[in-house]
Write a protein that binds this ligand. Structure first.
Ligand SMILES: [Zn+2]
Length: 250
């Protein structure tokens, strides 16, 4: 399929950590608008023990069945810059295997735990054929309690270091949201990162459900195209390997 030009008002929606609200609140709401999204799953944090706050694998499967993308967020949610390449690969492949076990396709996209990346982990992702990986709004890591980052520009950013344009949290307001999505123009894509709606265990990345509904209404009312990270392959040439200087800056 020939690549499509990146339209104005293209927004990628991502949700980290497998919060229960992915299933109980976010997905049903996104379905009403026909929006795509990626849910990044890890068995770290308290995924294995706190099933009130985190998804079950059956719910992850149902999210996939409803048409959403399931992405890899590693087995243990360990900072990848503290792991050997072998340790990172093992954690990455573990989530792939869990997905296969639940009849979920092997994830094509990845999200760095705590948004911390490293040249070594990028090498592993490239070797494994991961198509896109999302980082935080800061150069490495994320702004505490929400913030602004660059819009994704395939001419500037490596496809395995896609920045977060808007990171939702207590310090992120409607104005920040509008600023982020207004960056989606001139060949650039706005990438939004959410956690739980609400994030019951992690108040520093919380999004109140009423606020989230306002954001989604705005995207709907203003004619945005809202996609999962893997859908970028319709627009971005995967052979394009930009910015060796970006990974050198890690
Ligand atoms: Zn995370």
């Amino acid at each position: 399929m020939p690549l499509l030009p990146i339209p104005n008002r293209l927004v990628v929606l991502t949700f980290d950590d497998g919060n229960k609200s992915d299933f109980t609140y976010v997905a049903p709401l996104l379905k009403q608008y026909g929006f795509g999204a990626t849910f990044y799953i890890t068995e770290g944090l308290n995924f294995l023990t706190n099933k009130q706050h985190y998804l079950t694998w059956d719910e992850v499967y149902q999210l996939h069945q409803s048409g959403f993308e399931i992405g890899n967020h590693t087995r243990h949610h360990t900072h990848v810059n503290e792991q050997t390449q072998e340790e990172f690969l093992t954690d990455l492949e573990y989530i792939n295997a869990r997905c296969q076990q639940y009849n979920i396709p092997i994830p094509e996209t990845f999200c760095y735990p705590a948004a911390i990346h490293s040249p070594q982990s990028l090498e592993v992702l490239a070797k494994k054929g991961v198509r896109f990986a999302r980082r935080g709004d800061a150069i490495c890591g994320m702004e505490p309690e929400g913030g602004r980052g660059p819009a994704y520009d395939p001419n500037v950013h490596h496809r395995l270091l896609i920045p977060t344009t808007g990171m939702s949290g207590p310090n992120w307001s409607f104005d920040d949201f509008v600023w982020a999505v207004e960056q989606a123009k001139d060949g650039k894509v706005a990438v939004l990162t959410f956690h739980g709606v609400p994030a019951l265990e992690h108040p520093w990345v919380n999004t109140p459900p009423d606020d989230f509904k306002v954001y989604m209404d705005f995207l709907n009312d203003h004619g945005f195209t809202v996609i999962a990270l893997q859908d970028l392959s319709k627009y971005v040439d995967l052979r394009m390997e930009r910015s060796g200087n970006q990974s050198a800056r890690v």
